[in-house]
Design a binder for this molecule. Structure first.
Ligand SMILES: Cc1cc2nc3c(=O)[nH]c(=O)nc-3n(C[C@H](O)[C@H](O)[C@H](O)COP(=O)(O)OP(=O)(O)OC[C@H]3O[C@@H](n4cnc5c(N)ncnc54)[C@H](O)[C@@H]3O)c2cc1C
Length: 406
């Protein structure tokens, strides 16, 4: 067995959240070790939408410019209804006095992580150890003992603090005995990527199409080079098998529902996957010397694009606060404030809005559905109400709310 490594902070999980925690700490001069179970950065197709406050925060760790260079700016997104057609355009320029980034940015999660990893290379006191799977930990008054497994056997670390950024199935959360309260939706979500250009149907780079039987969300993604590709997300009922949902005909039918082309029309498919979807929040984001951030602390359905964005808000917040504690500039009770701020806004905004977005997209009652269309039209036609709506959907209000929590 290799001898224990001592370090102020160990972070488990080199996904976007873990990498940002490491960057925030390293930039403050705090040494840290990031342990990642996989042999390389993962090629994750999940998140793709970044909201204005996230771009502002990532400016603090110095990566926003690189993201802007690769991503697609989405100044207007849309609400549609499958039968009614286009319902509302949401113009983010209404937020021009609220943020320097009045747009959504579309960029694949797996293209953000290499940017973060590269930025981290500039800090010799931060290291990333691939092929190190966090297994267990034991907390003491002054430190945490951490056990990781590698191909060469067990490896132990002794750290003052441990951050769990190891995703929704977090082993750190389980080791700390923290309950992950909430539920799993019965339906799964399918993600389909195609080269078919949905602009031909009048969709902007991001549109949500409500429908009582199967809603759809479409996103134009940059991919490796222009013209990029289009990604669709839609629910898959419990009666459809995974094999059926991942087969070409399922995707062709899903695309055809939007294009209304003849049944014989075939579209170029790039990728298909299927996910379980949950609404869960860890009952605490701090257990003594263990902190949780990102999906290890909370998961939600992807409608609204809040999951990774809120994880990034956690990462910058915990990185900056923990750096102050490690350097003796603040008492460790600052980390209780981290829990209060981030847990509260996750419950009040991320969970509430993502559940509401899902409900609104799948309304079955025709009277409620018609009323919903009228409401969205009225809000989008009134610039004051539309700005209020966008402050919520762009997560600006969640950040403002967090800053009021003492
Ligand atoms: C279909 C879909 C679409 C989505 N779209 C969006 C979107 O548009 N916008 C948005 O904000 N969010 C979106 N999300 C959510 C987003 O993908 C997640 O919130 C995000 O990946 C969380 O990042 P993370 O770093 O916390 O966890 P992850 O990305 O899951 O990274 C965790 C890392 O930890 C590693 N790991 C796991 N276990 C261990 C261990 N024991 N030891 C060491 N390492 C370990 C993993 O290999 C991985 O590298 C979407 C999710 C889905 C399912």
């Amino acid at each position: 067995m290799t001898p224990s490594l001592d370090t102020p902070v160990v972070i488990a999980g080199a996904g976007p959240v873990g990498l940002i925690c490491a960057l925030a700490l390293a930039q403050s001069g705090v040494p840290c070790i990031l342990i990642e179970a996989e042999p390389t950065l993962t090629h994750d197709l999940r998140a793709g939408t970044f909201h204005p406050p996230t771009l502002e925060m990532l400016e603090r760790v110095g990566v926003t410019e690189d993201m802007l260079a690769l991503g697609i700016r989405v100044p207007v997104w849309q609400s549609w209804d499958m039968d009614f057609g286009r319902v509302a355009d949401w113009d983010l320029s209404l937020l021009q006095h609220d943020t320097p980034y009045p747009f959504r940015l579309h960029l694949e999660q797996h293209r953000l992580t290499p940017i973060l990893y590269r930025s981290l290379q500039a800090y010799p006191h931060a290291s990333v150890l691939f092929g190190h799977r966090f297994e267990s930990m034991r907390q003491h008054d002054t430190h945490v003992e951490i056990v990781a497994t590698t191909d060469a056997g067990e490896r132990r670390f002794r750290a003052a603090w441990l951050i769990g950024a190891d995703g929704g199935r977090s082993q750190v959360r389980k080791s700390a005995g923290i309950e992950f309260a909430g539920y799993t939706w019965p339906e799964r979500y399918s993600v389909i990527s195609t080269r078919h250009d949905f602009a031909e149907q009048g969709f902007r780079e991001n549109a949500y199409i409500s429908d009582p039987t199967q809603w759809v969300a479409v996103f134009k993604m940059p991919d490796e080079r222009p013209p990029g590709l289009w990604r669709m997300t839609l629910p898959v009922g419990a009666e459809v098998s995974e094999a059926e949902a991942l087969a070409g005909p399922y995707a062709q039918h899903a695309i055809r529902r939007l294009t209304r082309d003849a049944p014989s029309t075939q579209y170029p498919l790039v990728h298909q996957s299927i996910y379980n979807v949950h609404q869960r929040v860890a009952v605490t984001m701090r257990a003594h010397r263990v902190l949780l951030a990102g999906d290890s602390a909370h998961v939600n359905n992807p409608l609204g694009g809040f999951g990774l964005n809120s994880g990034i808000h956690d990462a910058v917040s915990v990185g900056e606060m923990l750096a102050k504690v490690v350097k003796g500039e603040a008492p460790d009770t600052l980390l209780d404030l981290y829990h209060r701020q981030r847990h509260t806004v996750n419950v009040e905004y991320v969970q509430t809005l993502s559940v509401r977005n899902k409900h609104n997209l799948e309304v079955k009652d025709p009277v409620e559905r018609a009323q919903r269309i009228r409401d969205l039209q009225a809000i989008s036609a009134d610039s004051v109400k539309a700005r209020e709506y966008l402050l919520n959907s762009s997560m600006i209000n969640s950040i403002r709310r967090a800053s009021t929590i003492a």
